[in-house]
Design a protein around this ligand. Structure first.
Ligand SMILES: NC(=O)c1ccc[n+]([C@@H]2O[C@H](COP(=O)([O-])OP(=O)(O)OC[C@H]3O[C@@H](n4cnc5c(N)ncnc54)[C@H](OP(=O)(O)O)[C@@H]3O)[C@@H](O)[C@H]2O)c1
Length: 328
């Protein structure tokens, strides 16, 4: 790795993803000279891991910036930033190289990178090695997405509404319906065909990363009252025939992925198992008896990590292998 230390900034450091980026940079001993944390005026003056958060006013002197403050901030700041930018928002995912380092580090060019949608990332961790060997043709995906996917405010809301609900107290709604003890289709915009924004992103970003626009994907995204870590039920039809031992063999050597199952005890990964874990877990592999060459399985991952913060930090680690420090 390039030895010269950099000035790094995290924009959105007080948020669910940003806080994890800061923690990972410290824990993984990312070689920074300075670590500057930015948020809105609301979090200016607070401390994250004992480091002060400032209101974002300039990126002068910064070598590498992580953007985890939503689409509007990325849209405003990335075009004028002179440093390397790694964006967790969705605005530049069709413009910048869209990177999962274990899968398509070869696509890393320039100094702007986008980290993909969290569900697309969790799906691709097992799908990529299977696609390479067996060529996926069609995917039917159902998601069970945690509150953390919508950031800190939604996590706090779920906690508080659950407590109020258990005490049979009224609680001011954040959504048009209760969240505690409930589930609902993903609360993002619908397109003309009836799919929500999240479902479309999963399809488009999976096709981009696999460089296969013929891959058919139909997703149904559901928000569930889980605090952290998303779960996915995946049905994939492949072009080539396979056996279950082939699947275990292919997946057993994929970095960042763990097969997690004990069939005798009916034990498969849950969001609690995956919370705070860097690896993506998969299990419940079975042949779909209704369709040729088709596999059913289950995936769980802490999407704040591999689906966002960890992936962004891994992109930065790859950048550092290649780039000299910026001249001051
Ligand atoms: N959550 C996930 O699982 C996930 C996965 C993949 C991608 N992403 C993307 O990551 C980004 C962050 O999501 P999140 O879940 O971490 O949201 P979040 O918990 O709501 O955090 C948002 C962050 O943005 C900051 N912010 C808001 N307005 C700002 C401003 N004007 N200037 C500077 N900072 C500002 C907030 O600061 P204050 O605390 O000061 O308000 C906070 O630090 C989003 O683009 C999201 O789409 C999230």
């Amino acid at each position: 790795m390039e030895k010269k230390k950099k000035t790094i900034s995290v924009i959105g450091a007080s948020g669910a993803v940003g806080k994890e980026i800061v923690r990972l940079l410290i824990e993984r001993r990312f070689p920074f000279k300075k670590l500057l944390l930015f948020g809105s005026s609301q979090s200016a003056g607070k401390r994250i891991f004992s480091r002060p958060v400032k209101e974002l006013a300039t990126l002068e002197g910064v070598d590498l910036a992580f953007f985890a403050a939503g689409n509007e901030i990325s849209k405003e700041w990335i075009p004028k930033a002179e440093c390397t930018c790694i964006d967790s928002s969705s605005v530049f995912r069709k413009t910048f190289p869209l990177i999962i380092p274990e899968i398509n580090a070869h696509a890393m060019q320039g100094n702007r990178f986008a980290s993909p949608n969290c569900v697309a990332t969790l799906l691709l961790m097992p799908l990529f090695p299977l696609h390479q060997k067996l060529r996926a043709k069609r995917i039917i995906l159902s998601t069970y997405q945690a509150a953390s996917g919508a950031g800190y405010p939604m996590m706090k809301h779920l906690e508080n509404e659950t407590k109020a609900c258990l005490k049979k107290r009224a609680f001011p709604p954040l959504l048009p319906f209760p969240y505690a003890f409930n589930l609902f289709p993903h609360n993002s915009e619908l397109d003309h065909s009836g799919y929500v924004d999240e479902e479309i992103k999963i399809r488009e970003e999976t096709q981009i990363i696999l460089e296969d626009n013929k891959l058919q994907i139909s997703a149904t995204c559901v928000r569930v009252p889980v605090l952290r870590a998303h779960s996915l039920s995946v049905n994939v039809e492949f072009a080539k025939p396979f056996s279950l031992p082939d699947i275990y063999h292919i997946l057993s050597s994929q970095p960042g992925l763990q097969i997690f199952e004990n069939r005798g005890k009916n034990r498969f990964p849950t969001p609690w198992d995956a919370t705070g874990k860097e690896d993506v877990y998969c299990g419940r592999f079975r042949l779909d008896p209704t369709r040729k060459n088709t596999l059913e399985f289950w995936v769980v991952g802490d999407q704040l990590l591999k689906g966002a913060a960890l992936n962004a930090v891994q992109i930065a680690e790859r950048c550092m292998m290649n780039q000299p420090a910026a001249k001051k």
